[in-house]
Design a protein around this ligand. Structure first.
Ligand code: HEC
Length: 146
């Protein structure tokens, strides 16, 4: 084989490698912001569920909820945050262990305790569980929210 021919082969190998890196790298970004097959963007879920539910819980637990209706609203928000721990792992969205830990440990376990505390109408326990739950926000955002 001539030197030029080897050079040409090396050039095409480099191009192919660069393409693989670009495609794999690109799909990691796409997973985080959108998932792989469904239309919902991560930012939709964040604004519609994460921010709304955690805000409602913070506000609702700032004093003792007035009645069963108010507790019911908190229960709904806590259940949504718990369900989020499944949605955020679905559709190829999870890129790494930081994401997985924030979702499957911090968010899922925190919101499960939160739901229990709310069902028991225990404000103090619910507040503690809410701060454990919302640790997941920072845990994930530090690495994945640009
Ligand atoms: C597993 C990762 C993860 C967790 C957990 C998480 N977020 Fe996010 N969040 C993101 C990513 C990624 C973005 C950036 C999305 C984008 O801009 O495409 C984001 C963006 C946001 C935004 C901006 C949305 C917009 O309209 O652009 C808000 C608000 C938000 N998150 C709130 C929260 C709250 C509150 C929590 C916790 C209760 C939380 N997030 C937990 C990953 C996460």
């Amino acid at each position: 084989m001539s030197k030029t021919r080897n050079g040409t082969i090396a050039f095409w190998c480099l191009c192919a490698a660069a393409l693989v890196v670009a495609v794999v790298g690109g799909s990691v970004i796409a997973q985080v912001t959108q998932g792989k097959t469904r239309p919902m963007k991560t930012s939709h879920w964040m604004a519609g569920v994460m921010k709304t539910s955690s805000g409602a819980l913070r506000k609702g637990l700032s004093s003792t909820p007035a009645d069963d209706k108010a507790w019911k609203q908190l229960e709904i928000s806590a259940a949504l945050l718990n369900e989020a721990s499944y949605v955020l792992m679905a559709d190829g969205r999870c890129p790494d262990a930081v994401w997985a830990n924030a979702v499957e440990k911090t968010l899922r376990e925190g919101s499960a305790s939160l739901l229990k505390a709310i069902e028991a109408k225990d404000v103090a326990a619910a507040k503690t569980a809410l701060s454990a739950t919302t640790k997941s926000c920072k845990e994930c955002h530090t690495k994945h929210r640009s």
